[in-house]
Design a protein around this ligand. Structure first.
Ligand code: PA5
Length: 465
């Protein structure tokens, strides 16, 4: 494996280059001292095992267990299906889309190398209905992923699948199940113990949106024939790079500080991740959850109401140039942009060389699509930054397990550090919990009756025409 380093280009975040809406090097340097304090706090949290995602690249036993489990099961099944939502699904989807063939599930078995993978991350009734009629249940291994073991959506999917499996396989239904959940807590763990179902554990100190490098993402990766070891090596090397307290040498801390200052001083409360790659686009989805759920908070650690958090938005190059860029260049200057750029694409196509004598066509002749694609990215970066709007780039020399591992760790550390800058708890999600509780009430879960009454009373006042 060639160790290609991920790069962070912050040229166009700087006031020196884009003018007063950027952040000056001097302002960044003012954060050098406080960075050392936050670095100490995070290092303590890591070393005392309060925050667990830092340790995931080093779990050699898990890699061994996953490889063994995959080896034992890969020839028994045709499909691997994840039942899960949020942090239990988004990393899996992004791993598959970035590291596997665009049409992985359509490839012939020999070429596909790995099972067909499906991530059922919603309970839209039509979506679930159609899906269940597409696959052969008997040839499918279902991985039920839920840290809490009680999320309504995953629980509903689980019940539907268990019922179907029982009908097809009678008392052998557990053979087609694996459960990934907390080591000790939650009803799913109890079910694992009662029915002796195969299971993997999510460390107690790793929350859903930080869990892609735990069993949550690695089991899917294993069944998709993704090289887990290289993924973890990339994460480990990025962790090493981000272990310095020197702000200007630490890409995670530096990007967090830029985003924090742009949000709080320059009113850039929208953060657009603009992926110039279809394969990386789903990482923008993963980022949306990571940034939004971690930093979108009502109160700071002192209990004061601050209601902060940048709104993360995803965009796809070049497609969204013809949909969003008008707004991005001329609409409100309230956004910071992060371009995801690939230097060397895994595949390319050359535009044929023949001449047509039409000037609107002939300039393209003989160029590669990658040249056109990346030139358009450069042009868009130019158009946005020359209007004094801040943007940066995360540069992938190439997409592979090693660079993706680096990207994951970079953004997880960046998010944890941003939590320190905002002085909030980046690892809880009270807003999500509130929605979960309301759902329990509406569906009649024992103990949640008052919540249902409260919601239904409000229904009387709806204004509908
Ligand atoms: O990041 C989080 O903690 C959440 O988005 C969860 O991943 C999501 O709510 C699903 O929760 P669970 O894994 O408990 O089913």
């Amino acid at each position: 494996m060639k160790k290609l380093p991920l790069k962070f280009d912050y040229t166009n975040l700087l006031a020196e280059n884009i003018g007063s809406e950027g952040i000056s090097i001097l302002e960044i340097e003012r954060f050098s001292e406080i960075t050392k304090t936050y670095h100490k706090i995070l290092t303590n949290d890591k070393e005392s095992d309060k925050i667990g995602f830092y340790n995931l690249p080093f779990d050699k036993k898990l890699v061994k267990d996953i490889n063994k489990f995959v080896k034992l099961n890969k020839d028994r099944f045709e499909n691997f299906v994840v039942l899960g939502i949020g942090g239990s699904a988004l990393g899996n989807i992004a791993l598959l889309n970035s590291l596997k063939h665009t049409f992985h599930n359509f490839l012939p078995k020999k070429e596909r190398k790995g099972l067909k993978i499906f991530i059922l991350d919603n309970i839209d009734p039509e979506y679930v209905y159609n899906f269940l009629r597409t696959i052969d249940i008997k040839k499918t291994l279902f991985n039920v992923i839920s840290k809490s073991g009680s999320t309504a959506e995953t629980a509903a999917q689980f019940l539907i699948i268990v019922d179907l499996l029982k009908r097809k396989l009678k008392n052998k239904f557990t053979r087609n199940l694996v459960i990934t959940t907390d080591e000790k807590n939650g009803d799913l763990r109890k079910i694992v113990d009662k029915y002796k179902i195969n299971s993997f554990t999510i460390p107690e100190n790793v929350g859903g949106r930080f869990s892609v490098l735990s069993s949550v993402g690695l089991l899917t990766a294993g069944f998709a024939n993704i090289k887990i070891e290289n993924l973890l090596k990339g994460a480990e090397d990025m962790l090493k790079k981000c272990q310095t307290e020197k702000l200007l040498e630490n890409p995670a801390y530096l990007n967090a500080t830029f985003h924090y200052l742009l949000d709080t001083q320059k009113k850039k409360n929208i953060s657009v991740m603009f992926s110039y790659s279809n394969s990386l686009y789903y990482w923008a989805d993963w980022y949306r959850q990571l940034w939004a759920e971690s930093l979108g908070k009502n109160r700071n650690r002192n209990g004061e109401i601050i209601a902060i958090g940048q709104t993360p938005v995803k965009a796809l190059g070049v497609t969204d140039q013809h949909s969003q860029v008008q707004l991005y260049t001329e609409g409100p200057n309230n956004k910071v942009f992060t371009f995801l750029q690939i230097e060397e694409f895994r595949n390319d196509t050359t535009i044929p060389k023949f001449r047509t004598n039409y000037s609107s066509l002939d300039y393209l002749s003989g160029h590669k699509l990658s040249e056109l694609f990346n030139s358009e990215m450069k042009a868009t970066e130019y158009a946005i930054s020359s209007k004094g709007r801040p943007c940066c780039k995360i540069i992938f020399p190439k997409i592979n397990e090693y660079t993706i591992g680096q990207f994951i760790m970079l953004y997880e550390i960046q998010t944890a550090f941003a939590g320190e800058l905002y002085n909030i708890d980046a690892f809880n999600q009270p807003g999500v919990e509130a929605g979960k509780i309301a759902t329990y009430g509406l569906l009649g879960r024992e103990g949640y009756g008052d919540k249902a009454k409260e919601i239904l009373t409000k229904d009387k006042d709806r204004k509908i025409i």
